[in-house]
Ligand binder design. Sequence first.
Ligand SMILES: [Zn+2]
Length: 296
Amino acid sequence: MPELPEVETIRRRLAPLVEGRILRAVDVRDAKWCQPAHPQELKDALEGRTIERLSRRGKYLIWEAEDEVYLLMHLRMTGTMLYDAPEETLYTRVRLVLDDPPSVGSAGSADSGTQARHVVSFCDPRRFGTGELALGYRDLEEFLDARLGIEPLSSEFTTEHLYLQTRKRRTPIKALLLDQRRVAGVGNIYANEALFRARIHPLRSAGVLKRPQVAALRDALVASLEAGIGAGGASIDDFRHPDGVKGAFQNEFLVHDREGEPCAVCGSPVRKFVAAGRGTYACESCQTRPRLRRTR
Ligand SMILES: [Zn+2]
């Protein structure tokens, strides 16, 4: 599933291609994508508006159109955004057709009827991805605040903030990291990588972590996410850049997807087990497994 670095990679590559252009058509091929809204609602709200900004919050890609109209896209499991892909590309659920703004008074072009037209396609074989509208800035803030905690790459993501999130929580730290309402945008890959960097076992209760461990975890999360963005995201499943190129972060994984391979720090084999319902990778020499509580 695309996580924060993958969505941020898409945003950085698409933003210069869509910002300032007019969203001419919202061509919904699969009405499930925008349910419960009807495709016509999205067309009415968005068509003809200029895209002022392409932004991101957590794993949401946000098309900010003029007059505070927002399209929030979530890629979920298998969603990919492709730029100028062939119309018959498989699993296309929606096509966003963009025009250049009309150039005022330009008499130079020989054929003024043909403007450059570009298409961003959302392809999603498993059809879990979503498109939702927010009308007005307050609506957008309410939508995001109800679903997402703090941005881990913002200045608000301090050790103190993360420490407070973990207090009195008996939930395993990995499950807490995957909870989007606590830290936005972190998924399975980056949780595995950050916990390894911080030498914390994924099953350790959040509430028992000492402040220095939380400080190490905060730094490890930021480092892992930034490394992911630096490598253009991780392509282990369907993730592609808008031009079809794969990310390279999978080549830099420290533990994720490396079962049986030697730990880069101590040489012990990387273990795979289930935590928070997800395939979890850790070095149990570097990340000491918590002792089981004795039940009587
Ligand atoms: Zn190790």
